[in-house]
Design a protein around this ligand. Structure first.
Ligand code: NAD
Ligand code: MG
Ligand code: MG
Ligand code: MG
Ligand code: MG
Ligand code: MG
Length: 339
């Protein structure tokens, strides 16, 4: 088993004399750039003109074109949307990489599925925070961090691992723990996790519960509280102390219901579907579909997204959250600040 590393295991010297280009200033980009700068590293931001550029300049960064940022930096972290990375890489990054530079990612998708084929004279590593960018920033400001995985794809300098760990330290991840992985493992587990459990699994579970209650004639407001609102309260307990901690807090009636009914909802059949999802991730079938969907300008993505936004749970949720401003205020305030 690989060891989880913390701040005391990391030496940041190797990164102190290097300029880091953060390419992209979205969810991850703004968090990495701000955290690294506050950790004492030399950061420039590479962007095209637009909203993110204004935000990065307001945050006090030197904003350069992607090409110029890559030219000036020794370490280039690509924090563009995964589906745009290949085009920007070909046009502005690849031609400006110098031998001995390091190319970095926060997700292994484009390297693992060969959409980006880096030259053989640069280091290639990943530092993938296991949490959203806004938490990477917020936890850093609070003196904590979001755990991260790091992995080495190419080590030309002989220092790729040291650089990756110093980077992980710089964004605050080493406060929470960093664990070694490979591009393959990070990519496949990340895609599986978000599809089967975290994003796809959770939204489908919530909707099925909400529909079951409302189709049986119960009030949508009650169904919303029960199936969506309370999810966070349960997840917080899981996050803090695992299954046992959550079950300690709920009533024994709820715990008995958990034991007898949980396995009726998520059963061998569900697990067989999960194995199919994992298979599609591993074979590249999922990646191929997503790449083609983008090449076709996202017809299915847009149609499904529009339909999902019309779901009755979204309607009732909007009304209820408007009456609970404390629920959505922090995030909205963050997003306004970002604009
Ligand atoms: P994002 O969509 O939030 O931000 C993308 C940024 O790229 C924006 O600043 C945008 O202006 C900029 N951009 C877009 N097109 C550009 C172009 N042509 N030239 C220059 N800049 C351009 O992206 P994100 O969610 O932060 O994802 C970045 C990477 O981090 C991805 O590899 C993703 O898989 C990974 N990741 C994201 C999260 C997350 O919390 N969102 C978590 C872990 C890993
Ligand atoms: Mg996004
Ligand atoms: Mg993930
Ligand atoms: Mg992901
Ligand atoms: Mg209850
Ligand atoms: Mg109990």
């Amino acid at each position: 088993m690989s060891k989880v590393l913390y701040e005391q295991d990391v030496n940041t010297e190797v990164l102190k004399d290097k300029r880091i280009a953060i390419v992209g200033y979205g969810s991850q980009g703004h968090a990495h750039a701000l955290n690294l700068r506050e950790s004492g590293f030399d950061v420039v931001v590479g962007l095209r003109p637009g909203k993110s550029q204004v935000k990065a300049e307001e945050d006090g960064f030197t904003v350069l074109s992607v090409a110029e940022a890559v030219k000036q930096a020794e370490v280039v972290m690509i924090l563009l949307p995964d589906e745009l990375q290949t085009a920007v890489y070909k046009e502005s990054i690849e031609p400006n990489l110098q031998a001995g530079n390091a190319l970095a990612f926060a997700h292994g998708f484009n390297i693992h599925f060969s959409q980006i084929v880096p030259p053989s004279n640069v280091d290639v590593f990943l530092v993938a925070p296991k949490g959203p960018g806004h938490l990477v920033r917020r936890t850093y400001e609070e003196g904590a961090g979001v755990p991260a995985l790091y992995g080495i794809y190419q080590d030309v300098s002989g220092k790729a691992k040291e650089i990756a760990l110093a980077y992980a330290q710089g964004i605050g991840a080493a406060r929470a723990g960093v664990l070694e992985t490979s591009f393959q493992e990070e990519t496949e587990t990340d895609l599986f996790g978000e599809q089967a459990v975290l994003c796809g699994g959770v939204t489908s579970l919530i909707k099925a519960g909400f529909e079951t209650l409302t189709e049986a004639g119960y009030q949508p407001e009650v169904a919303y509280f029960e199936c969506l609102h309370e999810m966070k309260l349960i997840v917080d307990l899981l996050y803090e102390g695992g299954l046992e901690n959550m079950r300690y807090s709920i009533s024994d009636t709820a715990q008995w219901g958990d034991f007898v009914s949980g396995p009726r909802v998520v059963n061998e059949e569900t697990k067989a579907r999960m194995k199919e999802i994992l298979h599609d991730v591993q074979t590249g079938a999922f990646a191929k579909g997503w790449i083609l969907e983008n090449q076709a300008n996202r017809p299915q993505f847009n149609a499904i997204n529009a339909k999902e936004n019309q779901h009755p749970i979204e309607q009732v949720g909007k009304e209820l959250r408007a009456l609970m401003p404390f629920v959505s205020e922090p995030l909205q305030a963050k997003q306004n600040k970002q604009k």
